[in-house]
Design a binder for this molecule. Sequence first.
Ligand SMILES: NC(=O)c1ccc[n+]([C@@H]2O[C@H](COP(=O)([O-])OP(=O)(O)OC[C@H]3O[C@@H](n4cnc5c(N)ncnc54)[C@H](OP(=O)(O)O)[C@@H]3O)[C@@H](O)[C@H]2O)c1
Length: 301
Amino acid sequence: MDILITGATGLIGSELDTSLHQKSHRIIHMVRKSPLSENRIFWDPASGKLDREALEGIDAVVHLAGESITGGRWSPEKKRRILQSRIRGTSLLSESLAGLTAPPKVFISASAIGCYGDRGEEWVDESSCPGTGFLPDVCREWEKATEPAGAKGIRVVNLRTGIVLSARGGALAQMLPVFRMGLGGKIGSGRQYMSWIALEDITGIIEYALQNESLRGPVNAVSPNPVPNREFAKTLGRVLFRPSVCVLPGFAARLAFGEMADALLLSSTRVEPAKLKDADYPFRFARLEDALRHVLDKPKP
Ligand SMILES: NC(=O)c1ccc[n+]([C@@H]2O[C@H](COP(=O)([O-])OP(=O)(O)OC[C@H]3O[C@@H](n4cnc5c(N)ncnc54)[C@H](OP(=O)(O)O)[C@@H]3O)[C@@H](O)[C@H]2O)c1
């Protein structure tokens, strides 16, 4: 297949790029910076620039680009960039695809489980009502921006991604230094659910969704076994062979991370990958300890 990827330099995009290359697909990167070369198409989502003709005849599009949600405190300017980069980029791409003579068959667009908001112990699946707050608002607008492509008959998959586990980036990489020093532990009460997915599974799910026509609309990209934060901390400590009994109180998390603490660290989202289960996606890592041992290269003693 000829597959276009946006955000291919990011954590998920770079892993996906490697995996798809190994399977002999032709990968085209949508890039925001020169130099341009073969298999690179320029776009500037902020100013709405994109060479639409270059998209003709591409088989599939995987759209991952967007301002980092975790990097840095949520100042009003940062929140504007998080929202605008997603709405503008996704609208530009979706409308451009809808205007093609030979549009792609499938458009996989990132979204996040943040759409469900803070739900305590409740299980949520793709049919659950959305949450309230900044992240649910971002996700709603982000998914809505894919509608022009869907209206044109392109199969759209909104990938509601959980916490991606990798030692190279994302939430786990940020936790590692503290846990390696033996200073890790639960955050707040530790009862809040964390819905996670191993990096190899998120790329596996994208590849599955490229081929599997039964997957469309919102798809929860999480493992089937979310865990409370205290269990996550305990498991990570065990895998690293370090104590993990420290506590980061909620007020200290709020002091250190501001509004982001409530939205990402203290909120509880227990997500069921209902559509992936129905589609028989074969999870490589369904259990947290197996996933952590794999991504941290710590085989069972
Ligand atoms: N990692 C997770 O745990 C997680 C969880 C839920 C949802 N997601 C979502 O999945 C997508 C991919 O995640 P990721 O972890 O791979 O993200 P990432 O590492 O932050 O990479 C995102 C990519 O987006 C592009 N980008 C950065 N700032 C941008 C801006 N202001 N405007 C337009 N493009 C920008 C960059 O690629 P270029 O420089 O090549 O354009 C960057 O490499 C993101 O939309 C993310 O929100 C990730």
